[in-house]
Design a protein around this ligand. Structure first.
Ligand SMILES: [Zn+2]
Length: 204
């Protein structure tokens, strides 16, 4: 296989990219100069080195060195009474952009497919239980489960609620989800800040 086809195959594996789009990416790269391609490949090579997973919320972040925690987890100005559980990093970014939430996060790293017999292997189940227990002992009042409003997202939310029920009962923590104002099928990634603000305000 030649370079054009090899690279097309790679781009095809990217989320949301079809074969035609993949090929357009390759021709776009061919149209750029060597300097551009050099810095692009350097960035890709360095990505895993410069970015690490936060040891507390598990989001990807630029390595801070401080106990391997991200800037949000290191921010003492945040409200330790709240923990928001999201599926992916992009969901966290959408919520941060809306500036309507000032608690901490936990990134599941995936969703649980419907009728899955081993739901725990799709998300950071053990890590979430541990994080919730740790935060519960430190004054956690509410856990907001913010997954997509599609069947897989709701299945994930149900499983997360079940997973957290021992610690929720023990410490009398409230569990909530994003509220009215969001229609069925909504993916958090595409919600505008105003809608997100309302969904958080109306959480139930
Ligand atoms: Zn973090």
């Amino acid at each position: 296989m030649d370079s054009i086809n090899k690279l097309t195959e790679i781009f095809k594996e990217f989320p949301g990219v079809g074969p035609r789009q993949a090929k357009r990416f390759v021709y776009y790269l061919l149209s750029r100069n060597n300097g551009y391609l050099d810095s692009l490949s350097k960035l890709m090579i360095g990505l895993k080195r410069d970015v690490s997973v936060c040891s507390s919320c598990f989001r990807y972040s630029i390595s801070t060195g401080a106990a391997n925690k991200c800037s949000i987890c290191l921010d003492r100005g945040r409200d330790a009474g709240f923990l928001m559980v999201v599926s992916r990093d992009v969901d966290l970014e959408t919520i941060e952009k809306s500036r309507s939430y000032n608690g901490y996060y936990f990134v599941l790293g995936g969703t649980v497919p419907i009728l899955e017999k081993e739901p725990d292997k799709w998300i950071r189940a053990k890590e979430l239980a541990a994080a919730a227990a740790k935060r519960a002992a430190a004054g956690l009042k509410e856990i907001i489960i913010a997954t997509n409003l599609n069947p897989e997202g709701e299945n994930t939310a149900d499983h997360v609620a079940k997973l957290l029920s021992p610690v929720v009962k023990r410490y009398n923590i409230k569990i909530s989800g994003l509220g009215r104002g969001l229609s069925t099928g909504t993916e958090l990634e595409y919600i505008d800040s105003e809608t997100m603000k309302n969904a958080l305000k109306n959480r139930a």
